[in-house]
Design a binder for this molecule. Sequence first.
Ligand code: ZN
Ligand code: ZN
Length: 149
Amino acid sequence: MGSQLPGQAGATATPTPSDMLRGCGLRATSNRRYILDLLGERDVHLSSTEVQEALRRMGGRVDPATVYRSLEALAAVGLAHVVDGPGVRRYGAGAEPHHHAICCRCGRVQDLPLHDLAEVTRRIEELTGLRPDAGGSMLFHGLCASCAD
Ligand SMILES: [Zn+2]
Ligand SMILES: [Zn+2]
């Protein structure tokens, strides 16, 4: 006791996927831990099929129904969020609430920080009286830079 292992300093700042799962009352299965890791990257939003492919590349045995249920369970407790884009449902797990810009052609989803669109949400309230949820997500459809070329 008392001596800190090298590399441990500062590691407490970010909760591990296991901590996050247990904090939400979910069992920290290896599938769920890996899915959280995968989706935690900025701008990463994957469909259930894409998550299955990633798990398979890791050498895991993948049951599509289990992956789908894991994703829905993570979304239900707020550890992941859903983007119902054109065609297919995608999941992300970025920590900060954000809006989304989705490409209708390639399906690429990008995060938009809330504060960058504060002007837009203010204007929505002016026009409609509706105050968009603080953590609420707006979805913008269009063509991304590579598809528009
Ligand atoms: Zn997102
Ligand atoms: Zn595109």
